[in-house]
Design a protein around this ligand. Structure first.
Ligand code: SF4
Ligand code: SF4
Length: 76
């Protein structure tokens, strides 16, 4: 894993088909940005991009690597 500098304004999203609904991300998020995705029907969670402060806590704790950075927010 390279030491890529963190990008500003780069919220994350949860891959529905990977998330196992364990709730860890919700419990570690300091900004209450994570909640169950009621639309998914699979028990997956989702991240509210407006609340996400890009702290990385959920990304580090997710046991199945379901949380990814939004590609559209990356600046080259
Ligand atoms: S990156 Fe931080 S603020 Fe954003 S959803 Fe994950 S735990 Fe919450
Ligand atoms: S920690 Fe990962 S697997 Fe668990 S609910 Fe969050 S995104 Fe889904």
């Amino acid at each position: 894993m390279s030491d890529t500098p963190k990008l500003n304004n780069a919220p994350y999203y949860i891959k529905e088909d990977v998330c196992i609904g364990c709730g860890t991300c919700e419990s570690v998020c300091p900004n209450s940005a994570v909640s169950i995705n009621a639309d998914s029907g699979s028990g997956a969670y989702k991240i509210d991009a407006d609340k996400c402060k890009d702290c990385d806590a959920c990304v580090e704790q997710c046991p199945v690597t379901a949380i990814w950075e939004l590609e559209s927010n990356k600046t080259e």
